[in-house]
Design a protein around this ligand. Sequence first.
Ligand SMILES: Nc1ncnc2c1ncn2[C@@H]1O[C@H](COP(=O)(O)OP(=O)(O)OP(=O)(O)O)[C@@H](O)[C@H]1O
Ligand SMILES: [Mg+2]
Length: 884
Amino acid sequence: MNADSKNIEATAPTPLISQYMRVKAEYPNYILMFRIGDFYEMLNDDAQTASEVLNIALTRKMIGKGKKSVPLAGVPFHSVDGYLAKLIRAGKKVAICEQMEDPKKAKGLVKRDVVRVVTPGTVIEDNLLSPQTNNFLVSLFQDKNIWGVAIVDLSTGAFAVTEFDSRRAKEELFSEINRLQPAELLVPESIQGVVSELLGTSSGTLVTPLEDRYFEEGDARALLCDLLKVQSLHGFGAEHLGAAVSAAGAIARYLRETQKTALSHINRLQVYSTSDFMILDYTTQRSLELAQNLQGGREATLLSVMDKTITAMGARLLRNWILQPLKEKTVIEERLAAVQEIYDNTSLREGLEHHLRRVFDLERIMARVGCRSANAKDLLALRLSLEQIPPLKALLARCANPLFLRLSEKINPLDNLRDELALAIQDNPPYMLRDGNIFRDGYNGELDELRGIMRDTKGWINQLRQKEIERTGYQNLKIGFNQVFGYYIEITRASLKNGPPLPAEYIRKQTLFNAERYITPELKEKEEIVLNADERSKNLEFALFEALRDKVGGFTREIQELASAVALLDCLSSNARIAIAGRYVRPEIGDDGRIEIFEGRHPVLEAVMTERLFIPNDTQMNTGADQIMLITGPNMAGKSTYIRQVALITLMAHTGSFVPAKKAHIGIVDRIFTRVGAMDYITKGLSTFLVEMNETANILNNATSNSLVILDEIGRGTSTYDGLSIAWAVIEYLHNKSKKTPKTLFATHYHELTNLEGKLPRLKNYNAAVLEKDDKITFLYKIIKGSTDHSYGIYAAQLAGVPEDVVSRAKEILFDLECGNTINVEVGRLGGKRSKGAERAIIQLSLFDGAGHPAIERLKNLDVSNLTPLQALTILDELVRQCR
Ligand SMILES: Nc1ncnc2c1ncn2[C@@H]1O[C@H](COP(=O)(O)OP(=O)(O)OP(=O)(O)O)[C@@H](O)[C@H]1O
Ligand SMILES: [Mg+2]
């Protein structure tokens, strides 16, 4: 406790400070925004944090009877949203404490209460959220070997659970968390350490530890049933998932404690398994730059190229499509057929686009309805969206594809609700619900009556003005209104000076520089009626609105179904439009394990490359003779691009998208594995080589005949011979793995590996072709059969501007190495000229120089074909030690 906190306690606290301390004690881990008049005040550490995050002044407030002071930061109530957004984005949790009664009417201390708690994972305000991404609150629970995961997006109502129980549960969990990118993670206190270790220090996710009792299964189950308003979890198929139920129950409790309101929009629990989809582990999600590029941004990702959705709901769904591609041939084909129809039918395409543009974010509107924070603009947006449904339904009814026909059947246009909203809400209602002017005339008899009184009064005031002008003779007499003393009569002082006296019932209220203001009993009598009517009508509108909002809440399920239909149509039509714009073709989907691509292109590189054309390439892979493509070639020749392109095309096809190629046959893939380049793992505290071997082990242990494996430069993280040996052993293993023949694309600089062709019947050599002429090479970016024996690394060095001296010296060394010559080590060579006393040492480089060495003897006796990769690694490790 700091000195300032002690200050609070040391003084005899005023009632206000006592009230503050009581509330603060209930929310110790939150920034408490304490409403005092027109400001929210934050004290002590909260003030400190707020002033840093919000960049606002830190002052001091005198408190208590002993007049001590504490740090204070305050924000005006009307601009609280912006400040709240900043705090949430900085990963803070905020409790908002309001005045629960009108200070003017309160007797004694104003009642105050926390009305809402906002945390990064429980945000529902549009201005705090990104429309294109879900805002997930994820909860984890570990029961021995089983990890239960529950996921909720309070801003859309999505709620799902899954479990991981395999040997690699932790890795799978890590990949799933990476897919979800949670805004906040709930974990039992007792495993907080395990989770932090799992996430690594680089993760930006806010971890909220909760007492273990939040996850106690019995209570969890009860709270969950309560949230979902069901008797048991049978209907969702979640009954038997103990760990997942514990995790979900903790969410239910956390939401109850933070939201303090019914959550009608959270009404379903989806049980899923990551194995229902193509598995894309963490490394693959990152290295293929699916939804996030290596820098963490959205540019130049597959998502950025594929997402041409129009609605926010569509954008969120498309992201899920990319990170959870399908595995069922029939479902993929159904999507592709639907895309085809939109692709072929211009009026369908334009019709969809036209109507989708006019649909608002129904999921988030319903979330605000569910949390009772929706305003009149939300209900207006709902009505405008509902108006698009009948034409969409009609459009789909005219389609041929069964998916569209089913959708058309299923869509419930909610005509009555739409009509009621249309009759109710004005065209441009205010944000604030207390300001009135929400409802149209004719919606409610009592409201009409009150408005009649007010309108009538305006007419009456005009009449009164006429009457008073006649009565007093002052032609410029005006009737005005202000907050302080209501209606008044105003006459300029200039005219009063020479004018007739005023009637006796005129009471002077205010003297201005150039006018006098009066009231009369008649005026005040009317004022009473008007102001009453105004206040009553505002209260009535507020009550009517709450009732209407609750009524809308009764249609939550139906509107959520409409939202899903809209999102689906949006994604399908986005797929059709990118296919047209990008000249993609519809892939043929097979379950024969073949991947055959004719003139395939890299979807992202092609889209960002403006200065020249992208060179297409073919691919032929299967589980037979074309299982492994070993690709060599110079630096910068297009190897990495090519192998990624095959992975991306394969993945796109599985999302129901056309692909950048002339023709493609894509056999169903259960999983894409990648091991690409050296990525930044320093933040996780692992050596690059260890990570690489970890990932390689994962691939070798889990790849099946239906998997696609992308290996780029594996072995690069260690010395040449280690690397080569590992690469070699890995290829052999992928080739010889019993009954499992994962299709593998292997890009490498180790030319020695090309010797494997012929020895391994399912491996084929390819190379990235270059044209060599007069010491200059031109990249052709064509992947052709056969191998090269040049790596042109030195040429690349030259292109990159490495000093000419180094380049020419490298050429000399290369020449000597290739001829098996000894290499002269030059000492003291400066500025390109050999200095006088340059000494030369001579070193012979040869792998077998150490003949007779025990390590060499051991190597000679090894039977590589009988080793598992792990054994190979262990032996390798021993050999390395022997040689040192
Ligand atoms: N098919 C292509 N058409 C046009 N340009 C291409 C093509 N493939 C690659 N390129 C260009 O060549 C650059 C280098 O490609 P890439 O990184 O795939 O080469 P690499 O062979 O993997 O090189 P390194 O061996 O250094 O890793 C790309 O950034 C791109 O600009
Ligand atoms: Mg490369």
